[in-house]
Design a protein. Structure first.
Length: 400
């Protein structure tokens, strides 16, 4: 029997239902669990705490499958977890062809991400895209894929496990077809009335930033007759939402030519006037300053940069980068203008992010008011026991 016994007093976080066991909490491991094998986690006094997936190379040495002693980890377990995740979303999420079906720990499947692009008229087929980021879900990959196909009725499953975090688990990066047909060149997801091309094979993450859906809807609501700037636009998520919402003009910046090419296709796919959209293939830091120097001003600005702080060591440098873009962002706003600003760095919490933005407003000499705190959509739930799950935070601000 593979068992992990914790050091005295190291059972507290599991008692609070936090789903990770750190290496330094372990007193000893009995048996010879392979990577991804199921282990029973016990307190020093022998009490059952959890069943978990063993990860011998990671500092997160085990990830909890279940706190219920009566619940075995088998094929039926994965079927139930997948069905539950989908059932929870069915009642909440409508009008979208792009949904996060499984969000790791919050769905009781640590290390697993699954996005579902529902078939639309043009692509005529749905596509599931998975990221396996821990040994446990890696070991149960076949069972998980079978459960996903059965629960959604979508036969096509693609893997995008080309994420560096797999190194920490001793896993190679891999991509490829897990079931059904390979993803088509043009997969189109219809999100709240806007059609987006999704490049499942080569795009970022699973091809699209599904997490920003609610925020794109919000931008559409406030975009009417406004001059909009969308910085770090990728394939034009917020830009298209602004056009849909009736923006007068949208200037978008990204340093990826491929992303911008897809963004321009998205304008045509939605029948918007290309004259209203301007695309700048450039560095956002420099371009923000240049636009300011040239006297450009906007009514609504979106700043949704990549993860500036991949880990704690990068927090100081990242904070300076966030401050830099937010400072210039504030200066580029007309009086009464709106700023949608985001950080997807897990290492920068909502408090710190707000402080950084406050510092930027002070340096820009503007009175900025928070209208709304923003986060990922309801298909990215945050487990109360697992605050680490909150990676995306944002603020909607208005300057006086
Ligand atoms: N807002 C987007 C997602 C942004 S992802 C959406 O809703 O879909 C971050 C983007 O920043 C990527 O497309 C990347 O190409 C771009 N990027 C990274 N560094 C950049 C830089 N210095 N200047 C401009 N764009 C940059």
């Amino acid at each position: 029997m593979n068992t992990i016994t914790l050091k005295p007093a190291k059972d507290k976080s599991l008692a609070r239902r936090h789903p990770w066991v750190y290496a330094n909490a372990i007193e000893h491991v009995d048996g010879k669990p392979a990577p991804g094998a199921t282990v029973v986690v016990r307190a020093r006094d022998g009490r059952f705490l959890a069943r978990a997936a063993y990860s011998p190379q990671s500092q997160i040495r085990a990830r909890v499958w279940s706190f219920d002693e009566a619940e075995p980890v088998d094929h039926a377990f994965f079927k139930r977890r997948v069905q539950r995740a989908i059932a929870h979303r069915e009642a909440m999420i409508r009008d979208t062809g792009a949904t996060r079906l499984i969000f790791g720990e919050a769905d009781g499947l640590p290390g697993l991400i699954v996005d579902y692009y529902v078939a639309d008229d043009a692509s005529k087929r749905g596509q599931l895209v998975c990221q396996f980021m821990a040994t446990g879900v890696e070991a149960w990959k076949e069972a998980i894929v079978a459960a996903l196909v059965a629960a959604t009725g979508c036969p096509n499953v693609y893997e995008r496990s080309d994420v560096s975090i797999r190194q920490k688990e001793g896993l190679e990066q891999i991509t490829g077809v897990l079931a059904g047909d390979p993803p088509p060149e043009t997969l189109i997801a219809n999100e709240c009335g806007v059609r987006y091309h999704v490049d499942v094979k080569n795009g970022h993450k699973t091809g699209f930033y599904v997490d920003q859906r609610d925020n794109r809807v919000l931008v559409a609501q406030y975009a009417r007759e406004r001059d909009v700037l969308n910085c770090f636009c990728y394939t034009g998520g917020f830009s298209l939402a602004a056009l849909k919402g009736g923006a007068r003009r949208v200037v978008s910046i990204d340093s990826s030519g491929e992303a911008l090419a897809l963004a321009q296709q998205n304008v045509l796919a939605n029948g918007f006037d290309p004259e209203r959209a301007q695309w700048l293939d450039a560095d956002a830091f420099k371009t923000l300053r240049r636009l300011h120097d040239e006297g450009e001003r906007f009514d609504l600005i979106v700043l949704d940069p990549p993860k500036f702080a991949p880990s704690r060591e990068h927090v100081d440098r990242a904070a300076r980068a966030y401050k830099d873009i937010n400072l210039t962002g504030f200066k580029l706003l007309r009086p009464g203008g709106l700023l949608f600003t985001y950080s997807c760095s897990g290492a920068i919490d909502a408090d710190l992010f707000q402080k950084i933005v406050a510092g930027a407003a002070a340096d820009a000499k503007v009175d900025a008011r928070i209208l709304k705190r923003l986060g990922a959509g309801v298909d990215h739930p945050l487990l109360t026991a697992f605050p680490e799950g909150e990676y995306l935070k944002g603020l909607l601000l208005q300057i006086a």
